[in-house]
Design a protein around this ligand. Structure first.
Ligand SMILES: CC(C)(COP(=O)(O)OP(=O)(O)OC[C@H]1O[C@@H](n2cnc3c(N)ncnc32)[C@H](O)[C@@H]1OP(=O)(O)O)[C@@H](O)C(=O)NCCC(=O)NCCS
Length: 167
């Protein structure tokens, strides 16, 4: 596997990332529950990363600050998108690992996402306990996953996930 170049997202990256998101999710993108959270708070550029190939953006992951009940220092991961011709080269997993490591280093306690357990499980995500945490919109609870950067934090989370706008 060749080395994957990852750097923090920069403001100029937005058009390219928006293009990847539109291609991956289509016109229904903004109806997804995860996008409702992102309407409440912008993603955090310092926790959002791009993978670069020959000076073009090959893949992107964004993290948005959230609260769940009273619990703070959490983020919602997504969207994770890879340029379709570059799928299955390890970009997606490399970006998730990089984002989790950066979050962990900076004291983030938990990272939640809506996604496929077979893909995200090996990256450190487990299902949230059933019925305690909800997205602000329809979401299959089996797809609501958490990476516990603080041991056991998933058991303490209860409530609706809300975007946390900067103070
Ligand atoms: C899902 C996505 C991010 C994966 O990125 P990627 O760079 O292609 O994935 P990686 O190279 O890191 O990993 C590839 C492996 O994951 C597997 N995989 C991909 N999507 C999967 C899924 N939904 N469930 C289980 N396994 C999956 C592939 O089959 C491949 O397996 P292999 O290594 O045994 O061949 C990418 O396909 C994508 O952008 N999809 C469209 C947007 C999307 O659905 N994003 C996720 C929203 S939560």
């Amino acid at each position: 596997m060749p080395h994957i170049l990852i750097r923090p997202e920069a403001p100029d990256d937005d058009p390219a990332i928006s293009g990847l998101i539109a291609t991956a999710f289509g016109p229904g993108a903004y109806a997804r529950a995860a996008f409702r959270v992102r309407e409440q708070a912008p993603h955090a550029p310092e926790f959002s990363f791009v993978a670069v190939l020959e000076e073009r953006i090959a893949a992107s992951v964004r993290l948005t600050p959230i609260t769940v009940g009273g619990e703070d220092m959490g983020f919602l991961l997504g969207p994770l998108v890879v340029d379709p011709p570059l799928k299955s080269r390890g970009y997606g997993k490399a970006l998730v690992r990089h984002a989790l490591a950066a979050a962990s280093e900076r004291g983030v306690r938990f990272v939640i996402l809506v996604g496929d357990e077979p893909y995200y499980g090996p990256l450190g995500f487990v299902r949230l306990p059933p019925g305690r945490v909800a997205m602000p919109g329809p979401c299959d609870p089996r797809r609501l996953l958490v990476a516990e950067l603080e041991a056991g934090v998933g058991d303490r989370l209860a409530g609706i996930i809300a975007g946390k706008a900067a103070a």
